[in-house]
Design a protein around this ligand. Structure first.
Ligand code: AMP
Ligand code: MN
Ligand code: MN
Ligand code: MN
Length: 296
């Protein structure tokens, strides 16, 4: 074990990030080292429907004695009113059998959807998408992000934004409706494994103010604990609007970059701060930061 690092009373919190265990581009080892270089003191790894990145990240932190506290997290895909809503779990016991069983089901839903996406692309004369996306996923959870990278590599679009717009967004050639669990099932799975549930990036679902309020109300009624208020990149006023919703629905506030890969506008720890009047999720639920003892 490395020597304990000096206590930092004001660390930067980044409670949403991805590794190669899902559609992030960095290994867990690379991600935690990048977090430290960006002065992040508390990092949650929240891969899509998998906790496979947590153990290697913890090992890397211990091996190098990095001054970083890890929050074991996961980002769960759910379906609500025909919208794909993401629920982040923070401070989960990644070995909990209920969570393992739940994530196994999500994995099967991901695979079934990936097969449907590939079938649709094949009909549109783009063969080999399942094999291509699985190769890019490299054993990690398969996502539309992998299909997007495959299609860009095939020259079907110039960049990720274009490929989503033209192929993978709802109603487009390669869109297959998913069979995700409900918001309540995601919240319960997180709670059963000792974690707290966070409504991820509420501003990114394309909802009107009226529907966004309905979503936040539903999440809160179903037992949700917190919502993301701050991201690196947000439209003006979104942060203060989300902070008001958090207060109105008695949710704690979270913040996270949703980092997937190095890019000019999204970076670990960048521009993450909470407006006044909200309660930070790490203050309301401090246990999410306690690192579970590694399993033998
Ligand atoms: P999935 O969970 O399989 O539906 O994949 C969702 C992932 O695709 C998100 O987490 C993002 O990483 C990525 N994604 C979704 N929309 C876009 C977009 N417009 N541009 C780039 N990546 C996107
Ligand atoms: Mn993603
Ligand atoms: Mn998400
Ligand atoms: Mn994410």
């Amino acid at each position: 074990m490395a020597e304990p690092f000096p206590y930092n009373p004001f660390p930067i919190y980044d409670l949403h990030s991805h590794t190669r265990a899902s559609d992030g581009m960095l290994t867990p080892d690379e991600l935690v080292n990048r977090a430290v270089a960006r002065r992040v003191g508390v990092l949650a790894i929240t891969d899509h429907d998998t906790v496979a990145g947590i153990a290697p990240a913890r090992q890397a932190i211990e091996k190098d004695g990095l001054p970083l506290q890890l929050v074991a997290g996961v980002e769960i895909s759910t379906l609500w009113e025909n919208h794909e809503i993401h629920i982040v779990g923070l401070g989960v016991d990644e070995h909990h059998p209920d969570l393992t069983a739940f994530l196994h089901e999500q994995h099967q839903r991901r695979m079934a959807r990936a097969e449907l996406i590939a079938e649709r692309l094949e009909k549109a004369h783009i063969p080999g998408a399942l094999e291509g996306a699985l190769a890019l996923a490299d054993g990690g959870a398969i996502t539309r992000g992998h299909f997007a990278r495959f299609l860009v590599a095939q020259g079907k679009a110039e960049n990720m934004a274009q490929v989503f717009k033209n192929y993978l967004a709802r109603g487009k050639t390669g869109y297959a409706p998913p069979q995700w669990c409900t918001i309540k099932q995601a919240i319960d799975a997180v709670h059963h494994s000792g974690g707290r549930s966070v409504l991820a990036h509420p501003g990114r679902y394309g909802l009107s103010a009226k529907w966004l309020k309905r979503l936040v109300a539903h999440f809160s009624e179903e037992g949700g604990d917190a919502m993301e208020v701050a991201q690196c990149q947000q439209p003006p006023h979104e942060r203060s609007q989300l902070a008001r919703y958090a207060q109105d629905y008695h949710l704690a506030a979270s913040q996270g970059s949703d980092f997937h890969q190095a890019c000019p506008w999204i970076e670990l720890g960048k521009n993450l701060w909470l407006p006044g009047g909200v309660e930070a999720v790490w203050l309301r639920f401090p246990h999410i930061i306690q690192v579970a003892a590694p399993q033998a």
